[in-house]
Design a protein around this ligand. Structure first.
Ligand code: KG4
Ligand code: ZN
Length: 344
């Protein structure tokens, strides 16, 4: 069967998708663009090391992938023989982790005689917005903020995206995670800082604004500035950190959110878009979600925020991307290989 036969066979494709780029082993089934199952197995084992250990991530993916895929199929009440295609995350991500998902998807598709669809993880974060009841209208601007990336993306169509700006050093999620480590909070730091910041005073500490391109970001200076402020604070008062943890978190989080939204506002005004979206793990942040919505209300823009479960890494976003690629007739060959770095 040729790929064009497959395409004409179904405008309501049933697709199994696999995500294994970092520390979540996930599989999802999507039917006609609607999620039927989305199983996520998070690798909690990394917490004791304060960050993701690549080799450990690969081994845990290997241990979990069969169970996760079986569960995704059974929860969706779909037989593997009824699938129209198998999608998988090709990159960017950790090489060993990606290889587990890639090899599994290839073998599974080959064994079943189904076509293979390779998905870009960063595009998939953006397309997670199409899992919502009211998806964005093209063109729209998406701020993708994850543990490895911070991007401002002009989205012209499902598979036509232009990178307007990105971080020149640390990603926003990394800024959260590294700060949490400095303060002795558990990994991943983003949700911890988010929780503590709720009780804190955001004006307690002031952070510098890096001078980079209009749509670019830099977070490494922020983290260094935090380190020095904590050192000075503790030198003057040994209880500084314990007494002011919530205030420090609120100030630091506020500084990250302000930079993200100011750049996004400028990019949206310059691009003349009316629909804005956020995506990626950091879009789970409560302050970012609130202030993003407020900014859009003030500017009369339509704000789009994926459901919580579709913000951090998940296979449903890989599945919706594979769905659009399937409809566009974009399939991968069996010799496709993972890529670890790169934008969209
Ligand atoms: O998209 P994601 O799950 O994985 C990558 O592709 O990197 O993003 C993970 C990142 C981590 O840095 C984590 O700390 C951050 O998302 N994160 C948050 C929150 N929830 C997850 N950051 C701030 N506030 C949160 N509530
Ligand atoms: Zn991600």
């Amino acid at each position: 069967m040729t790929h064009s036969d497959i395409k004409s066979r179904s405008t309501y494709p049933t697709i199994l998708a696999i995500e294994s780029s970092c520390d979540e082993t996930s599989a999802a089934v999507i039917q006609g663009g609607k999620v039927r199952s989305n199983i996520i197995s998070s690798q909690l084992d990394h917490a004791e090391y304060g960050g993701v250990i690549p080799e450990l991530a690969s081994r845990l993916h290997q241990q979990q992938i069969v169970r996760v895929v079986e569960k995704a199929l059974s929860e969706a009440e779909v037989s593997k023989h009824d699938l129209d295609a198998v999608g998988f995350t090709r990159g960017p991500g950790l090489l060993g982790a990606l290889l587990v998902g890639t090899c599994f998807a290839k073998s599974f598709a080959l064994g079943l005689g189904k076509p293979l669809v390779d998905v870009n993880h960063m595009q998939a974060h953006v397309l997670a917005n199409f899992l919502q009841e009211q998806p964005p209208e093209f063109p729209f601007l998406c701020l993708t903020v994850s543990g490895g990336h911070t991007q401002l993306v002009l989205v012209k169509d499902y598979l036509d995206m232009e990178l307007m700006g990105e971080t020149i050093d640390d990603a926003a999620g990394e800024a959260f995670d590294k700060a949490a480590k400095i303060m002795g909070l558990p990994y991943p730091g983003g949700p911890e800082i988010d929780k503590l910041a709720k009780q804190g005073d955001p004006k307690f500490l002031k952070f510098p604004r890096p001078d980079v391109g209009p749509y670019d970001f830099s977070f490494s200076g922020l983290k260094t500035s935090l380190l020095y402020k904590l050192k000075d604070g503790v030198k003057a008062d040994s209880h500084f950190l314990d007494d002011h943890m919530a205030d420090i978190c609120a100030s630091y989080q506020g500084a990250i959110v302000s930079v993200l939204l100011d750049k996004m506002k400028k990019a949206a005004q310059d691009a003349g878009v009316k629909h804005l979206a956020i995506a990626g793990g950091v879009s789970a942040n409560s302050e970012l979600r609130l202030r993003f919505q407020q900014m859009c209300n003030e500017q009369h823009w339509k704000a789009h925020i994926p459901d919580f479960q579709y913000c951090t890494d998940n296979a449903a976003m890989i599945a919706i991307s594979a769905h659009f690629q399937f409809q566009a007739g974009k399939f991968a060959d069996l010799d496709v290989t993972p890529f670890t770095r790169g934008g969209l």
